[in-house]
Structures are given as C-alpha cells and as structure tokens.
Design a protein around this ligand. Sequence first.
Ligand code: HEC
Length: 126
Amino acid sequence: MVEAFHPDHYEPRVPSELLEELQDMDNPYPFTPERVEAGQQIYFGKGQCVTCHNDNGKGVERPGHSPRDFTDPKWQETRTDGELMWVLRNGSPGTEMPVRVGKVISEEEGWTVIHFIRTFSTGIQQ
Ligand code: HEC
C-alpha cells in the first residue's frame, strides 16, 4: 500500500539517490519581479496550483492530508529549487500532488512558478 500521508513535512520528497544532485541544481532563470509576476499567473492560471495550494499558499484541506504550507520559512529553507522541480516533474508519489511539468506547464514555466512560490514566505509580492 502506498503511504499517502507523510507525517513529516520536512522529510525530502525526492528519491534519496537523487537528493544530492537535486540540491546542487540551480534555477536557471533569474529571480526578477517580472518572473515572479509570470509565476503568479501560472499558479492562479494554467498550473491550477491554487486549487490545492490556495491563494495564500497555506493549502486547502483535503481528505487524508493537506498540501504543504508555502508560508512556512523552515520548509522554504529546507527545500532547494531542484527538489521542487523534481516534484513538479514527477508529482509527490502517494499524494494528490500531480505531475505538472510536461503535462500542463513547460520546464521554463515550472522554474518560473517556483520563484513565485518562494515569495509566500518572504512576502515580496504581497
Ligand atoms: C490536486 C491538488 C494539487 C495541485 C493541482 C497542485 N498541488 Fe502541489 N501539492 C499537493 C499536495 C497534496 C502536496 C503535498 C505532497 C506531499 O506531502 O508530499 C503538494 C506539494 C507541493 C510542493 C511541495 C513538495 C515538497 O517538496 O515538499 C510543491 C512545490 C508543489 N506542490 C507545487 C505545486 C505547483 C507549482 C502546482 C501548480 C503548477 C501544484 N503544486 C499543483 C497538491 C496539489
């Protein structure tokens, strides 16, 4: 049976053999106000992220488990952009987090929406 609920939000979501490589991976696009704005449009638009992650990034309550709280600075510090990209490409197995990159958004849009997600804890865009 697949374990659908990860009790520890900080535990890595990526396969352990890839963790080091993903932690070294940089976001290839610069963090600029234009890109944060574009990321916001993806989040609320074609990426459908808002459906589960809510407009405040705290996540909608769903049966079994709720999505990550993007406003949690400890979670933000724990995760690298490379790890988030892996989740966008593969989903979070055993949870409702679906594959996004390659399905509903492109690679570049994936990196762009990651920049926007970072602003939930820094409050830059709000
Ligand atoms: C159908 C609901 C749903 C949609 C749509 C969705 N997510 Fe998620 N997302 C989840 C759930 C549930 C989790 C928690 C998964 C877990 O516990 O591993 C999650 C987790 C995440 C994480 C955290 C992974 C980690 O390493 O902790 C990121 C980043 C993320 N989602 C980004 C996005 C983005 C960006 C979009 C839109 C392009 C999106 N999600 C769309 C449900 C969703």
